[in-house]
Each structure stands twice: as structure tokens, then as C-alpha cells.
Design a protein around this ligand. Sequence first.
Ligand code: 7RM
Length: 635
Amino acid sequence: MSNYHIKHLEEYFQVYRKSVRDPEAFWEEIAEEHFVWRKKWDQVLKWDFKKPEVKWFDGARLNITENCIDRHIPTRGEKTAIIFEPNDPSEEPQHITYRELHEKVCRMANVLKEHGIKKGDRVCIYLPMIPELAISLLACARIGAIHSVVFAGFSSNALSTRINDSDCKMVLTSDGSYRGSKTIDLKGIVDKALEACPGVKTVLVAKRINSKIKMLKGRDKWLQPLLDHAYADCVAEIMEAEDPLFILYTSGSTGKPKGMVHTTAGYMIYTAYTFKNIFQYRENDIYWCTADIGWITGHSYIVYGPLANGATTVMFEGVPSYPDYGRFWEVVEKHKVTQFYTAPTAIRALAKENLEFVEQYDLSSLKVLGSVGEPINEEAWHWYNNNVGKKKSPIVDTWWQTETGGIMISPIPYVTPTTPTYATLPFIGIQPALMDENGQEIMGNQVDGRLCIKFPWPSIARTIWGDHKRYRDTYFSAYEDKYFTGDGALRDAVGYYRITGRVDDVIIVSGHNLGTAPIEDSINEHPAVAESAIVGFPHDIKGNALYGYVILKETGESRDRDNLRKEINQQITEHIGPIARLDKIQFVSGLPKTRSGKIMRRILRKIASKDTANLGDTSTLLNPEVVKEIMDNAL
Ligand code: 7RM
């Protein structure tokens, strides 16, 4: 049990050194002592970042749900696994014990099987934050089906692209969802998406809002009656360590979304081990991560990581502003939450509101506060520390990615001294490197560069679904033998890391990664638009907001500009979703381009951020005259 739970800084350094000197011995010990296996591995690690190929615990057999559910039943059968907190505070929360979770997952697994789902099949899950969502992930894992969760805020277009990319046979959805005071017609969105998805044979529909929806005969079925009739036990499919567990899509800087593939054993071990340490989880703690399970944070730190530790995890259906801005704190008080994990964008939104919303609740149960999704600015950090943590709960600023599967750089609370805006030290087993423009590693401290990882960790994504070449090109070709994160970072005098932000064309808006290319593609489809470029600019609450520069076709010149703005945003909402709407749209006669035809986004970013005192090197510009025009008319 030696290294599983780190308790002081000296121990962190000691375990870290061990994990780097002999990673195989280190992870083997963790795997041996803390998980249940049907068969042990033949080899702990096989890797080659050139191919690239990474295999952890090859030859081992297991089922992740036996680790997340079955093995807890003898000791924790009556312990709450999931607390479901509904959108509306007047609706009763649900407490699902480990024993009940086992039954629910088995029933759902049997329903999937009855509808022809077998090991290796892909199942698309498009559900709101209701218990069926967590249960359906686990039900897929129970029978070896690969889940592909699509965040239920994505549009029908985005949904159909994802369903088709991974050939999903089935969609799990609900009649609708609650979001604050609004309801959303999820089933309608699915129906529209499926017009373009001939491979989907079955749609199982959970009832949530009791709306009248259309059910397509032969394809659509209500879920509950099927669950009621299903057998309450289901033998777990025995999986290989490297069998895919799930696909989760993330935006790239170019082209269509990337279906990141995570496999079974390494993902399980790393999410469990990070969860235990980074949240200092103890038996009887109540852990709450406010993310949606539609994102990697929800997969790893609402479902798999907590359940693998036999923890109690809160699933919250609602939003921070409904019925008022005290909602988060009301939930913390009600369930006596001990660990609270949220995003900087939520903190900034709440910090703008009256302090009474926080002060009227008893937050004394809190022991650890977490932040994830984007750099947390100093103001938000202090607000969180002073008003939520009352300066007693350490803040863990956790840096990681969909691709990394688990937290990579983060303080360990009560172990690592924290500094605002710093994600601090690499977690056990993680070997970061900062790289310069010439592809050389920058050694020493007080330096900044592009953030890479030099050595595989257990939960690294293994490929992009259906496109291994893109996986190599995106992550392993910028720097030889290194995984490139796409982020910039600095390392300070004591070796702490501060993530400075994306160095590619991904913009993080309210913690959501948005690639510029798909948004530009969407705008360019408007009949009046010739070309466009999107950049981010600083926004008080969202972190970044989107600024679009749009060139109209001659035929579009006579159109009313405000109507065009509305139409463009409407089109983006349909193609991608409301999160990708532009805050500002400026119509321009041209875009600043280099001689090789590349848009100089750096200049557009500076104009959008009202930071035009020094535009930097513009000597390679083909059309400098257009820069003046854009600056003169900037919004
Ligand atoms: C977990 C998640 C990944 C990108 C990543 C960064 C940014 C995430 C932090 C952060 C600074 C942090 N997965 N990012 N966490 N930047 N500090 N603590 O968010 O795939 O959706 O996004 O998010 O740019 O590359 S993600």
C-alpha cells in the first residue's frame, strides 16, 4: 500500500523519483495492489513514440466495472456511489448505493445486449446529467461496447458527424433535458441528426421531462420498460488491457473533430490513482465535480476515477445560476461536500454576483477545491480561495487534456504549497519538457516554451478513431520522440509550471475547446460570405470570446449588417452549437495574409484584444493596407 496515498512533500519527491527512474516497476506495484484482474499482464509497458504505439499491461484481462462496482459490494454495498442532484432544488436528490448501481448497470447492459450490442460495437450516448448517463457508460463497459458520449449541448449536425465517424449502431438519449429554467428538446435534435446516420438501428429514450415526442416505429423505444423487464445481473465481459473503453471527441485546430480513443487498464489505473491523491479522497468524503460527463473531466473524475476508489460522487443536473447564483453553495451545504471541482469560467461568473450568495451557506465541509479547463486568473483564484475555501482549503489547479485521460500537472493538496495561476508540479509518473522553436529541450528553471511530455503515462489516448496518421501528425511530429500538448508553459525558479495557453488555433471559451477551422467553415457556408477568420479575445467571464472577421461576397454587400450577424450566429448554432457563437463580427474587405497565403492571426488577435500598440513583425505581410482598415473599424 506504500505509494498509493501521498501525504507529505518529501514523500511526493521520493515517489516521483521512483516513478521516473523505473516507471514499469512503479506502475506495476500500483496495478498489483489496488485493482482486480482476471489475468495479470505479460509486459507492463511497450512503447514507441515514433510509430506511435503505447501499450500498458499488455496481456492482462479485466473488466473496469468489476473494479468500479463489484469489488466494492462486500465492503461498501450500502454506501452511496452516486448522489444525483436534480436541476430543480425542490426535486428530491437520489442516492444510489453501490449495490443498486450494480443492479442498474447490469439491467442496462442486458438491454444493450438484447438490442444486438456486442463487444467492440460503438454506442453513442447523448444524455443530460441524469443517472442514466453514468449508468450507460458503465453498462457499455460491462459488455465491452465502446461508448462515445456526445455532450448534450451539441447541435444535431455535430452529433451526426460524431455518430458517423465512429459508426455507432445505437443512440441513448432522453425525451428532453432541463437546463435552469429552460427545457431542451434532445429527442428532436437526435431525430434531425439521424436523418444523416443510416447506421443507427436503435434509439433508446429515457424519460426526463415528460414531453410529447415522436417515436419512430422500429427504431425508437422507451428505456424504462426495457430496464424493468431486464435481468438484474450481467456477467462482465472479460476485456484485454488495451481494448478500447471509449471514444471522446475533441476539437482540433483543423478539420473534423478527433475521436480520441482511450483503452481499459491504463486509463483505469491512472484516473483512480490521480483521483485518490489529487483530491486526497478519504472514505466517507463526498466528492463533487460540476463538469458534464459529456467532457473528459466528467468521464475521468465523475465516473471512473471516483468509482474505482469506492467514493461517493455527486452528479449535478443543473447550472450555477438557477434558481439563483447560490445554487452551487446550497448543494455543498446540503450534501456536505468535501471536495469541489469546477472550472474558472464558473468561478468568474459567480464572483461577479453578490457575496451573500456564498455567505448564506455553510461551506465548512469543504477540504479541497479544484480548478480545470483553462488557466485560472489570479483574481478568480483569490475569490475562490477567500470566499469558498475561506483560506483553509487548498486549490488544486489541475492541468490536463482529453488526450491525456487524467490530470498531468497539479498540486497535491496539503502536500504541495500552491501559488495562484500555477498548476505547480508534474504528477507522479509525468515527465514534462519545455521545447524551444528549434526543437531543443529547454533545460533549467525560469524558462518558457512549448509543453511536451517525454515518456508515456498509463492513460494517454492510444489513437484517433480511424485515423492513426492524424494522431501521429498532431501529437508526435512537432518534436521527435515527444508528445506535444499544443500548450505553452513556463517553469519558474522552483520548477513550478504555469500553463500560459494554447499555441495553436484552438480557443478555449468558457472552458470548451473550440477549433477555429470548423467555425470558419460554418461561416463560409453562408451564401453572402466569401471568407472569414476567427480569433479569441479576453472576456471577463468566458476567459476568451470569439471575434470573427468576415469578408462578404459582392452579392452580400447590400445586405443589412445586423441581420447578417444574426444569420451567421444562427448558422454556427446549427452546425456546432451555441457555445461557438461569435461575440463580435466585423465585416472587412480583406484579411492580413503572408506571402504564402496564411492568415496572420497574430495581428487579428491583437486588434480584437485592443492591443495594437505593437503589432510585431509585419514584414511578411502581403497586404499591409488592409490592417489599417481593420484597425480603424475594429469593434
Ligand atoms: C481537462 C480538459 C484541454 C486544454 C489544455 C489547456 C486547457 C485545461 C488547464 C488548462 C491551464 C489548467 N480537457 N487547460 N486545464 N490550461 N490550466 N488547469 O480541460 O481537452 O477539454 O482541454 O484545456 O489548453 O490543452 S480539454
